[in-house]
Design a protein around this ligand. Structure first.
Ligand SMILES: Nc1ncnc2c1ncn2[C@@H]1O[C@H](COP(=O)(O)OP(=O)(O)OP(=O)(O)O)[C@@H](O)[C@H]1O
Ligand SMILES: [Mg+2]
Length: 449
C-alpha cells in the first residue's frame, strides 16, 4: 500500500458509526461510509443539518469515540484513543466556573505535565492572542458570552494543536458578537499567525462555511453521509459582497434544500428521482408546523412572481438556516413550493393555499398531504380499517420507533399529528392518547385514497 502524502494530517476511511436503539431494537445508523481528509494548511467546514452526525464525526476524528467500522488515521497511522494532534472549541464554551481565565487556559497544559512557569508563559501568550489581555484573573461569570468563547479559543490555542476542531463555536453568541469573533479568527488565519496548521469547523450556517473555509463538505442526513464537497475558489479573505461568494452560497442552499441532489463543485443541480423507502413510517417528515409552513408561504406569495431568494428570505425574517430549511422542505414535500438555484418558487397550488380562505386551504392541505405524505395517508387508512375508527397513539409511535431513536420518533409523531389534525385527517385526544377519525372526514378519505 502506498504511504499517504505527508500533508494529510487526518484521514477518515470508510467510517460507519451506529448507536444501539433503546430496548435492543437494532441499531441507529448515524454515520455511513464516511471518507474525509484534513490536509495541512486548509480550513475545512463540515456543513449539515441538525442530526446529520457532524458532532459524532468530529468526536470520532478526535478519537473520543471509536467508529463502528472503518478507521481514522493520524499522520498515516491508525488512531488509538484520543487524537493528540487535535484541540477542540465547543459551542457551550465548557469553562470551569471556579477557575480564573488563566487557570482555565492552563488546564490542558497541566494535564500534559508542562512545568508551571512554561504553563504561565504559554497561557499568557494565548490569552493575549484572543484579545483578553488584562482578564487573566477574571472568573467566567464576570465575562460576556463572546469573552467566554475567547477563553474557549485560548484554551485550545495554548495546546498548539496541529488541527483545531470547532463545533459550532459561534452559534451560542448573538449575531454581532459572533460576526466579530468569526472575523478575528479569519484575520488570524489569513495573517499566518494561527497557532494550528489546519482548522476543521462544524457549522449549519452556510455563509459561515463559505466565509471561513477553503472546502465545504456537505453532509446528508439519515444516515449521516458525505454528499460531496464544494471548493471555495475565492482569494482569502473571502469577500461576502463578491458575486462568486453569493453564487457559492446560493449553490449550497440549493443542494441543502434538495436532499437528493448531486453535489458538484459548480455545475447546476440535477435532482435525481429518489427511491421511496419501503415503509411510509421510514420516511422522515421535516419538523415544521402547519402555522410555520403557511406563514412562510404567505411571505413568499407577496414577492414578485411568488419567488424569493432563500438567503435573502432567511435574512429578512431573521431565521437560522436550521429553522428555515425544514419549513421549506415541508412546503416542497407538500407540493406548495419548488426550490432551485437558491430560490424558492411557489407552485400554483402553493399560491392558492397562501391566498385562499381557511376552509379551502384545509382542503388543499388535505389533498396535498394525502398525495405526497405517505405516513399521513397510512395513519388515516389504519384508523379507517378499525371498527372503532380509533387507535392508541402508542401504536403509531411503536411503528416510528422501528426507524428512529425514541426522541426523534416522538418528534415525527408530533409533526404527523400537527399536519393530520390541520388536514382534518384525524383527531388526537391527548388525555386518552388516542387518534381517531373525525366523523365528516370519513367519506372524504374514502373518496381520496
Ligand atoms: N451517544 C449516542 N447515542 C445514541 N444516539 C446518538 C448518540 N450521539 C448522537 N446520537 C444521535 O446521532 C444523531 C447525530 O447526532 P450529532 O450530534 O452527531 O448530530 P449533529 O449533526 O452534530 O447535530 P446538531 O447540528 O444538532 O449538533 C442524532 O440523531 C443523535 O441523536
Ligand atoms: Mg452537533
Amino acid at each position: 500500500m502506498a504511504t499517504p502524502p505527508t500533508d494529510v494530517l487526518i484521514a477518515v476511511e470508510q467510517v460507519h458509526k451506529s448507536f444501539p436503539l433503546p430496548d435492543g431494537k437494532g441499531e441507529f445508523n448515524v454515520l455511513s461510509d464516511i471518507n474525509v481528509t484534513v490536509r495541512s494548511g486548509e480550513v475545512v467546514a463540515l456543513l449539515g443539518r441538525s442530526g446529520s452526525g457532524k458532532s459524532t464525526l468530529l468526536r470520532t476524528m478526535a478519537g473520543l469515540i471509536a467508529p463502528s467500522q472503518g478507521r481514522v488515521l493520524s499522520h498515516g497511522k491508525p488512531l488509538r484513543g484520543a487524537n493528540n494532534d487535535v484541540a477542540m472549541v465547543f459551542q457551550s464554551f465548557a469553562l470551569l466556573p471556579w477557575l480564573t481565565v488563566q487557570q482555565n487556559v492552563e488546564l490542558g497544559l497541566e494535564a500534559q505535565g508542562v512545568p508551571r512557569e512554561e504553563r504561565r508563559q504559554r497561557a499568557l501568550k494565548a490569552i493575549d492572542l484572543v484579545g483578553l489581555d488584562g482578564f487573566e484573573s477574571a472568573y467566567p461569570k464576570e465575562l460576556s458570552g463572546g469573552m467566554k468563547q475567547r477563553v474557549g479559543f485560548a484554551r485550545a490555542f495554548v495546546l498548539e494543536p496541529q488541527v483545531l476542531f470547532m463545533d459550532e463555536p459561534f452559534s451560542a453568541l448573538d449575531v454581532l458578537t459572533s460576526e466579530n469573533l468569526r472575523g478575528e479568527i479569519d484575520d488570524l488565519w489569513n495573517a499566518g499567525t494561527f497557532p494550528s496548521k489546519s482548522i476543521l469547523i462544524v457549522t449549519h450556517n452556510i455563509e459561515e462555511g463559505v466565509f471561513l473555509a477553503d472546502r465545504v463538505i456537505i453532509l446528508g442526513s439519515n444516515p449521516g453521509r458525505v454528499r460531496g464537497e464544494v471548493v471555495i475558489d475565492l482569494p482569502r479573505s473571502h469577500d461576502r459582497t463578491s458575486d462568486r461568494f453569493k453564487a457559492l452560497v446560493d449553490y449550497i442552499y440549493t443542494v441543502m434544500t434538495n436532499p437528493d441532489a448531486e453535489v458538484t463543485s459548480a455545475a447546476p443541480v440535477a435532482v435525481p428521482v429518489s427511491s421511496t423507502p419501503r415503509s411510509p413510517y421510514a420516511r422522515a417528515l421535516p419538523h415544521a408546523r402547519v402555522g410555520g409552513i403557511s406563514g412562510l408561504l404567505e411571505l413568499i406569495v407577496d414577492q414578485p412572481d411568488g419567488r424569493d431568494d432563500i438567503p435573502r428570505l432567511a435574512d429578512r425574517i431573521q431565521l437560522e438556516v436550521d429553522d428555515l430549511l425544514p419549513i421549506l422542505d415541508a412546503a416542497v414535500l407538500l407540493g406548495f413550493a419548488e426550490v432551485s438555484q437558491g430560490d424558492v418558487q411557489l407552485t400554483a397550488i402553493g399560491q392558492d393555499f397562501a391566498t385562499t380562505t381557511i376552509l379551502r386551504s384545509k382542503d388543499l392541505f388535505r389533498q396535498q398531504a394525502l398525495h405526497n405524505v405517505p405516513v399521513l395517508s397510512s395513519m388515516a387508512q389504519t384508523l379507517r380499517e378499525k371498527k372503532s375508527q380509533s387507535m392508541r397513539a402508542d401504536f403509531f409511535l411503536d411503528l416510528l420507533d422501528e426507524y428512529y431513536p425514541h426522541e426523534e420518533a416522538e418528534k415525527q409523531f408530533a409533526t404527523a399529528v400537527d399536519w393530520g389534525r390541520y388536514a382534518e385527517l384525524f383527531e388526537y385526544d391527548a388525555s386518552e392518547d388516542r387518534l381517531y377519525l373525525p366523523e365528516p372526514a370519513i367519506a372524504q378519505i374514502g373518496g381520496d385514497i
